[in-house]
Design a protein. Sequence first.
Lengths: 132, 245
Amino acid sequence: MFSKDGKLEKFKDAETIIGASVKVKGNFQGQGNIIVEGTLEGSLKTKANLFVGDKAKVVANIEVHDAIINGMVSGNIKTRGCLSIGSSAKIMGDIQCAEISIDKGASINGQLLMTSDEDKKIVKEEKKETAK
Amino acid sequence: MNVYIYDDYLNKSRYTKALNRMEIRLTDLGLSGKIIRLSTIKNIRGSIQNEIKLGAKNIVAVGNNQTINKIIGAIIDTDVYGDFQKNTLLGIIPIGDDNTIANSFGIKNEEDACNILLARRVEKIDIGLIGKHYFLNQATIESSGTKVEIDKYSLEVEERGEVKIINLLSDPQEEIKSNPHDGLLDIYIKTRKKDETYLTADKIKISNLKHKLLIDGVVEIETPVEIGIMKNKLNTIVGRDRVFE
């Protein structure tokens, strides 16, 4: 999912892109990859992946598969797969994920809960099925 | 039988040459048919509906986006729509300016259009619906102050730019994808700061207190309005170089 420059590999395949000048309010639910560069208030859910840009402001509970967070998130983050937190990220909320990477400079205020090995197996099986 | 609907602006002398060229080409290809001039009839809808009832094989809009809009208005959601869906195709011969719909269909000019009519490559495409107005390409509005409501969330834009509600693209250079068969509207926002927003929905509500919504570059309407889509509603004749799959 992740390329070397930290962007979504399938950027062009993103189902939804929220630009920097746009403010989204409400419960946002999608099936595909989501890119947020603007402001989002409410909740955000997708079966696919999320990319939050460094200027983005997200005040919402997030539930996605994999996520890259570079901006500000105020709310709980739950990923079924990998969570990658960039150096410019500021997170105020609890985190629940199967795998995590945190860059130097990132700020996190909240509890971190790693999902069990059992859950990881389920995620890996899901990935295998997707690859098939 | 082919029925050619000539828009009233084609009466101007500057279009005479193009019309002559088109008519000669149609005769050469054996595609001659009945001509209805919108300038000479009062009841446009009635006349078009009557031709469909009489079994017209192709209804061909000769003109621009506005001509196509008038014809679609006479066909969709009327008692002749069943006959149209079963027997008739919509063709386009673009003459003059404002022909983005023809461009979307891969039709470059009047001569090209005649060849495309002969080839009869048929596509069923979606139609956008805004109140009593229909659109094939897109509806646009100034982005500053625009609110777009979709399902359980809304989008607000402060920067100046443009909001496009797209059924099918008119410009193949655009980077966004648009599919007029998917039953979805593409919402594309581009501001002067060059940031882009893109998402899809089947039903939206759009409002802007200061600016009007422009439908297919032809009709301007006040907001708030609801915009929906009707899937595979129109049988059209398209060119090989159309901008959609």
